[in-house]
Design a protein around this ligand. Structure first.
Ligand SMILES: [Zn+2]
Length: 404
C-alpha cells in the first residue's frame, strides 16, 4: 500500500426531508447566493423547499449554470457574489452546478490577474474561497464530497480540472427524493459515471490494498444490483438512496487511498466532450473498454479479480480479465448506454482531432515551463502527459477506435 493522507471535512446530511435542516447548517444573518442550473429545481419542488428553509436569510439567485459549467458563466456569478457581498453560496443541482460553484467560490476570492490560471495550474495556487454548501439532485460525480471541479471554456474548446482543499463543501444534503424526476438518460449517465470513477481507481496495478479493493467492488456490485430498480421504478426510495450513496462513496477519496489511480479514460473523455458535445458519461462508456483492451497486460490482474468476485468468472487470468471487459460492456448496454464512437456518428476525423489536442498540449506545456508556473504541478503533469497522453494515445486510438 502506498503512503497516503486522508482529510475530508464535508458534513453529509442524508435522507428524506433533510433540506429543511438548512437553517441549522448555515449561520444566521448570512447573505446567501442560491446557485442552480436550468430551472428543473423549480418543477420538481426542490426550489420551494429550499426557499422555505432559507426564510429569514438574505438570498440572491444565480441561475443558468450549464451541464459542463462554462468559464464565462461562472465568472459572471463570481462578480455578482463580490458585488453583492455574499457570505455563503448554496449550490442546488448535480455535479455541474456543484463544480461550477467551486470555481465561482474560488474565482471570487482569487487575487491573481487571470482567473483561468486557477485551471491552468489545477488549483495549486489557490488560497481561499467563499464557503459553500450543496444540495445534490443528480447522483454521479461525487462532487458533493470532494474538492474536485471541471470547468469548460467554449471559445477554446477546453475542459480542465482544478482541485484544492478550500473548495470542499461545508455540507452536502443528499435527499433521494430529489432524484425522482430525473429522466432516464441522466440516471443512466449517473450510473456509468459512478462505475467509471470506481474503476479508474481500481483497474490499475495491484499494490496490495485488499480493503480498498473490496470497498470498490462493493460499490460496483451494489450499482449492478440496484440498476434495474433505479432505471425502471420512478419513485423507489431505497434504490435511489443506495444509488446516491454509491455515487458519493465512489469519489470521496476513500476507495483510492494508497492505491494507484489512472484517470486516462476521464482525460480522453473530457476532450471528447469539449470537441463533440457528448455527455461526460457517454464518453466514458466508449473509452474505458478501449483503455482496458489497450492496457490489457498492465491491468489484467485487477480486471480478473473484479470478474471473479463480481461475475464469478473462471478460467485462466486472461479469460477472466476479458470477462470483466465483456461484462462491463454488457452492463452498460443493459441500461441503454452505447459503447462505440460510431453510435455517435463520429469517425476518423474525431480521432485525429483528439490526438492532435494531446500533442498540442504537450508543446504548450514546454512553452509554459519557461514561464515558471507552479513547477511541482508542471513536473507531475508533464510526466503524465508524456507517458500517457502523447505517446500512448495515438497507438491506443489505432488499436481500438480504428477497428471499431
Ligand atoms: Zn466522471
Amino acid at each position: 500500500m502506498n503512503n497516503f493522507e486522508y482529510y475530508n471535512p464535508v458534513h453529509i446530511v442524508f435522507g428524506k426531508g433533510q433540506i429543511a435542516q438548512l437553517s441549522q447548517l448555515i449561520k444566521p444573518g448570512q447573505k446567501i447566493m442560491l446557485a442552480y442550473g436550468g430551472g428543473s429545481i423549480k418543477t420538481n419542488g426542490v426550489y420551494d423547499q429550499v426557499l422555505a428553509a432559507l426564510k429569514g436569510y438574505k438570498v440572491i439567485e444565480f441561475s443558468g449554470i450549464e451541464a459542463n459549467p462554462q468559464y464565462q458563466t461562472c465568472l459572471k456569478a463570481a462578480k455578482l457574489a463580490n458585488d453583492e457581498g455574499v457570505d455563503f453560496i448554496l449550490a442546488v443541482g448535480g455535479g455541474s452546478v456543484i463544480d461550477g460553484v467551486k470555481f465561482i467560490a474560488a474565482a471570487a476570492r482569487f487575487d491573481g490577474d487571470d482567473p483561468w490560471d486557477i485551471l491552468r495550474t489545477s488549483g495549486s495556487t489557490l488560497k481561499e474561497a467563499i464557503p459553500f454548501g450543496t444540495i445534490l439532485t443528480l447522483p454521479a460525480t461525487g462532487s458533493e464530497m470532494n474538492f474536485n471541479s471541471v470547468i469548460s471554456r467554449r471559445e477554446t474548446q477546453e475542459k480542465l480540472y482544478f482541485g484544492h482543499r478550500c473548495v470542499y463543501p461545508v455540507f452536502s444534503i443528499l435527499d433521494p427524493e430529489t432524484t425522482y424526476s430525473l429522466p432516464a438518460n441522466q440516471l443512466r449517465n449517473g450510473i456509468v459515471d459512478t462505475f467509471v470513477h470506481v474503476m479508474e481507481q481500481y483497474a490499475t496495478h495491484d499494490v496490495n490494498t485488499p480493503l480498498q479493493d473490496r470497498q470498490a467492488e462493493a460499490i460496483i456490485k451494489t450499482l449492478i444490483e440496484q440498476a434495474d430498480n433505479i432505471m425502471i421504478k420512478k419513485e423507489d426510495y431505497d434504490s435511489r438512496a443506495n444509488f446516491l450513496w454509491c455515487a458519493t462513496q465512489a469519489l470521496n477519496g476513500l476507495i483510492g487511498l494508497g492505491t494507484v489511480g489512472d484517470w486516462l479514460t476521464h482525460g480522453i473523455g473530457h476532450e471528447m466532450t469539449a470537441f463533440f458535445g457528448l455527455a461526460h458519461a457517454e464518453t466514458l462508456a466508449v473509452i474505458m473498454p478501449g483503455v482496458w483492451t489497450h492496457f490489457f497486460q498492465e491491468k489484467k490482474g485487477k480486471l480478473a479479480q473484479l470478474a471473479r468476485r463480481t461475475w464469478h468468472a473462471t478460467g485462466d487470468i486472461d479469460t477472466q480479465a476479458q470477462a470483466a471487459i465483456d461484462n462491463t460492456v454488457k452492463f452498460f448496454h443493459s441500461i441503454s448506454m452505447p459503447t462505440r464512437l460510431s453510435d455517435y456518428n463520429l469517425s476518423q476525423d474525431a480521432i485525429d482531432t483528439i490526438v492532435n489536442r494531446f500533442q498540442e498540449r504537450k508543446k504548450q506545456l514546454v512553452a509554459e515551463n519557461s514561464r515558471a508556473l507552479n513547477q511541482k504541478w508542471l513536473d507531475r503533469y508533464w510526466i503524465y502527459a508524456d507517458n500517457y497522453y502523447s505517446n500512448v494515445i495515438s497507438a491506443y486510438f489505432d488499436d481500438f477506435f480504428r477497428s471499431s
